[in-house]
Design a protein around this ligand. Structure first.
Ligand SMILES: NC(=O)c1ccc[n+]([C@@H]2O[C@H](COP(=O)([O-])OP(=O)(O)OC[C@H]3O[C@@H](n4cnc5c(N)ncnc54)[C@H](OP(=O)(O)O)[C@@H]3O)[C@@H](O)[C@H]2O)c1
Length: 199
């Protein structure tokens, strides 16, 4: 797992904003995971997961190093949320572009697939926690092999209803779902909900 500054991350002693234990406590309990710089993590990785702040994603991936991303699958789960004007956040990119496309343009040798950004983190890795897992997750990307690989990884996580939305421009749609997601979160008082596409 990459971070800007390993020593600073290991010095964190406070719970995160969700009340989860600080990173060192979590790493102690998950000893198969190692913290590294973005560049070292990316160099060793077979698949890159962009799970950093949406506004910082391009900078974090640049720090990971273009050569360390080339030819690799980048699963982009980030949302381009701008909290600078308070709540609710706005989207820093939308309509005619998306964060996923910005990443693909900046790193043309990588294979970017947008997925999982429509659900809360706990559901990403355990879809059964809502509706017995009977809900839909989307994939968007330009490379068919990368999307097939993503779908296989999603199946390993328990996703049964994986919908291919098409090329990476379709990530605009799932990123622009975020304003509705945030309103639903406010109304429901829980992030444990998802989209089910009924055919
Ligand atoms: N949390 C969820 O349930 C959820 C659901 C769907 C999508 N997402 C998306 O997933 C991403 C991560 O979510 P999160 O809740 O963990 O958000 P977060 O707290 O905003 O992201 C934390 C991560 O962003 C990195 N980061 C922050 N500022 C940075 C900067 N200026 N330069 C480089 N890296 C920076 C942090 O690195 P350091 O370790 O160096 O601080 C850390 O790895 C976000 O894009 C979010 O929209 C989250």
């Amino acid at each position: 797992m990459g971070t800007r500054d390993v020593a600073a991350a290991m010095a964190r002693a406070e719970p995160d904003r969700f009340g989860n234990p600080p990173l060192p406590t979590w790493l102690e309990a998950n000893q198969d995971l190692r913290l590294a710089t973005f560049a070292d993590a990316a160099a060793e990785a077979d698949v890159i997961i962009n799970a950093v702040n949406g506004q910082a994603s391009l900078a974090a991936l640049a720090a990971a190093g273009e050569a360390n991303l080339a030819g690799k699958l980048i699963l982009d789960v980030a949302n381009p949320l701008d909290f600078s004007a308070g709540m609710p956040p706005t989207l820093s990119v939308s309509n005619t572009d998306s964060l996923a496309e910005q990443i693909q343009r900046q790193f043309p040798a990588a294979h970017v697939v947008k997925t999982l950004n429509t659900v809360t983190a706990m559901l990403m890795v355990n879809p059964d926690l809502v509706a017995g897992g009977d809900h839909t997750i989307f994939v968007s990307g330009n490379d068919e092999t990368a999307k097939q690989r993503t779908s296989a990884l999603l199946a390993e996580l328990g996703w049964r209803d994986v919908m291919d939305l098409g090329d990476l421009s379709s990530a605009r749609a799932t990123e622009m779902y975020l304003p509705l997601w945030l309103r639903l979160f406010g109304v429901l008082g829980t992030p444990m909900f998802s989209i089910k596409v009924e055919r």
